[in-house]
Design a binder for this molecule. Structure first.
Ligand code: PXL
Length: 278
């Protein structure tokens, strides 16, 4: 069975982060490993503000030693890293085990919070992780920050940003247009160093989409583990996330989540037989 490792933060509400990744890996039928970098908590008494508690680099290293005790994994995916030291540790293990299939979700800012990583972490992502990336999946804001271009407003801006991020060492770049792009479609821009390809999908007008970015990168990682080409993995991930958003769920008064199991209608699994016969 294919093995996929996520190195990311915890979202205890189960929509984003490591929880999204492991749920997505399961839907793709690959074996999921995880190493936590940070724990995100949200405060209902304070406008649902997000707080990030980083995990120490020593504890991240211990988790990675546990994961790699059985040898290399097929794919590594990274998400929220917490701080630059954790970025360096993750990078060291990717290098040590010669992992080539590396999906970097450069989590810099989340919806629902301001900038959550220090500027130093942005530098860490550029210095350590992008050169190791088979693909990186910035959203519009992150692509603007990483490329140094600032606000990206249209497809041309996305192309320029993708080319700059490609030059930083990522072998493929997909910039997610999402809701921030002035368009009535959900447009993602894929670039492999030669050609640009705009992937178009339906834009859903729902707020129940927390976790979409993490799930997209996790789905790409799982698709690559399954043997899809990078572009096919992106297209399938886009479809996987779109159905998840379409079937998003209200979790509490503050946030609604993408339903990670929607693509395979996971809610219909394991229903007791007598209920199935109704
Ligand atoms: O969506 C970005 C993100 C990534 N990782 C974790 C998060 C969030 C947003 O809340 O909690 C752990």
């Amino acid at each position: 069975m294919e093995k996929v490792l996520t190195i990311a933060g915890s979202d205890s509400t189960g929509g984003a982060g490591i929880q999204a990744d492991l749920k997505t890996f399961e839907e793709y039928g690959v074996f999921g490993f995880s190493s936590l970098t940070s724990i995100v908590t949200m405060d209902p008494d304070n406008g649902w503000s997000h707080d990030v508690t980083s995990i120490s680099e020593e504890l991240l290293e211990k988790q990675l030693i546990s994961v790699f005790a059985g040898g290399p994994v097929d794919v590594v995916k990274t998400g929220m890293m917490g701080n630059e030291k954790n970025i360096a540790v993750a990078s060291k293990f990717i290098d040590r085990y010669q992992i080539k299939n590396v999906v970097i979700d450069p989590v810099i800012a989340c919806k629902g919070t301001a900038q959550i990583l220090q500027p130093k972490s942005v530098e860490g992502i550029k210095k350590y992780l992008l050169p190791q990336a088979l693909i990186t999946t910035p959203n519009l804001e992150e692509a603007g920050i990483l490329s140094g271009l600032g606000d990206l407003e249209n497809l041309d801006d996305m192309k320029k940003a993708a080319a700059i991020i490609y030059q930083m060492g990522a072998k493929n770049v997909i910039v997610k247009g999402g809701h921030r792009l002035a368009s009535d479609k959900a447009i993602d821009l894929f670039y492999d160093g030669k050609d640009y390809q705009a992937l178009e999908g339906k834009l859903f007008s729902t707020d129940f989409n927390h976790g979409a970015g993490c799930t997209f990168a996790a789905a790409i990682a799982a698709g690559i583990a399954k043997g899809y080409s990078v572009l096919e993995a992106c297209k399938t991930a886009k479809a996987f996330v779109a159905v998840g958003i379409e079937n998003g769920v209200s979790i509490n008064p503050y946030v609604g989540h993408i339903w990670h199991g929607a693509y395979n209608q996971a809610e219909k699994r394991m229903v007791p037989e007598n209920e199935n016969n109704d």
